[in-house]
Design a protein around this ligand. Sequence first.
Ligand code: GAL
Length: 421
Amino acid sequence: MNRSWIGGAVLCLALAACGSTNAQQKDLAPTPPMGWSTWNHFHHDISDAMVRAQADAMVASGMRDAGYTYIHIDGGWEGERDASGVLHPNQNFPDMKALGDYIHSKGLKFGLYTGPGPRTCAGAPASYGHEAQDAKMFASWGVDYLKYDLCTFREVMAQQSGAKIEDAANSGSAAGYAKIMAQEPEGVVEKGNAVMEDAYEKMHQALLDTGRPIVFSMCQYGEAKVWEWGPRVGGNMWRTSGDISDTYASISANGFGEAGLAPFAGPGHWNDPDFLEVGNGKLTPDESRTNFSLWAILAAPLMAGNDLANMTPETRSILLNKEVIAVDQDALGKAGDRAYQTGPLEVWSRHLSGGDLAVGLFNRTRIPTEVTLRLSAVGWSGPAAARDLWAHRDIGEIHNEYTAMVPAHGVVLLRLSQSGK
Ligand code: GAL
């Protein structure tokens, strides 16, 4: 049994508030976190001034009032670690505490990024060996959300699991690590995974020890079936796949790829197919609606990834569709899943509070195609009153079946209620 687990158990006894296995702080993310992140649009080209401008735009666009809360600074804020181990921001971020205060003054929350390895993916210093020190400093800056990215920690996993040391030097990348581990005898992979689990638990404890509620966002690309153990190490959300990019192929791989993972999500701990690509320029409007609708059905965090200060009216209307946001944020906290598919035509559904059901009819082909909803196949008995959440109109009562023409790479998103309700 590792020490941090014992620490957690003692804390749980003292607080009399923790479940026996689910160590994450439920009340931090009772519904999937909503916000915005620097990464998808700005990558490492970020600064204090642009983050402030995005926070301003979050408020002015109405997004804050629609539920978007976190302003998340991803990789690219880090400078160097000094002789006393203090990690400094780089020259683009002169005063992190002041930036946190500014974000909070707008009624928003502050998110940041680091990882368990010696360095981030981009080669900046990360938290390995400095977990408690970094957590304390983040808390003193007013951080409310921490994304913790595996990256170079794979080297530590390789070393500590007993993988051949000469191989371990090449183990930082996913491919390198997989190659090394494939040659190792039985048990070494499992050992490596246990080392990874401990590393996430270590930062989880460090965050708890600060006394500041901080959403813990695990980023290790879904390796080792993180959904099975993420809650145990305090994850409020965990990436289920590799990095998203601004293409239909990528958003569909990450989104539809979550089929079967619904049972692992729930209040306090969510599957995360990555930040949204809506508004980044390459998705068609229909593909953008697919991105947003699918994330809502999956009960995924809705973290916008575009430039909020320069949005087209179309982007704004997608990110601000309150009926779709309501599906994502539904209080029941039950994630949706694929109900059935006919090749590239897929029907997904999600149970909502009050007995309602969200249903997405997805067309993954390049030509407009009819998709048929069969009520019995989504577990609905009797007629349903249906509303189209993108057209914002009631479409009347459905009996047994409903067929819609769905645009190329598009979606028709419905909300079903008991008829006559
Ligand atoms: C990747 C991560 C991305 C982003 C990037 C920053 O590993 O998956 O979401 O955080 O690092 O360098």
